[in-house]
Write a protein that binds this ligand. Sequence first.
Ligand code: HEM
Length: 188
Amino acid sequence: MLLHWLLAIGIIFMFILGTYMEELPKGGTKVTNFDLFDLGLITIESSKEMSVRSFYFTLHKSIGVTIFFLVLFRIYWRLTHKPPKMLSSMSALEVKLATATHHAFYLLMFLIPLTGIIMSVGSKYGVHWFGIPFLPGIDNETLRELFKEFHEIFGLILLLFFILHFAGAIKHSLVNKDGVLKRMWFHK
Ligand code: HEM
């Protein structure tokens, strides 16, 4: 449950961050203080001067790598622990749909950060994890462009599955009232 909510928040945040940072202009003045999403709520101070675009790209990569390792741990956990049974009120079709959506989630949660990492290795910058060098960049445009496409397509597919997953959870709690959301929350 903890991993489910941690990853849900992390991945939603990464979608917002990815979409936001792409619109930022290249270059610009280098600074050390960054107002997160220009909302005037959270200011992040960097030890290194960088452009606003570089700051968000660096943040996206650092959080993305963290998510990648959390996903690997989640897959390990799923393989070594039995998942809770589906609700008995669910029809055979609903069980099939939910199982397929869950499998697609695991696959996409693995592939999205992986394609992001490969795309970044294809750039000249490589990947740093909160300032620590993680993987070098090899500056290969073909690799970068190809995995940029994969990153975007897998992201869009995940978004579609997320809508299906969210609609299912809402339908179960409002229409069926079978407590499916409650059992994903921390309670005795
Ligand atoms: C769950 C994890 C992730 C999510 C949900 C995510 C989502 C996104 C989204 C929505 C975009 C903007 C649209 C697009 O071009 O796809 C984006 C762009 C990008 N992502 Fe990710 N991302 C994730 C992980 C990563 C990781 C681990 C890296 C690299 C270490 C990465 C590197 C990038 C880069 C470099 C771009 C900008 C591409 C460009 O315009 O040149 N992402 N990501």
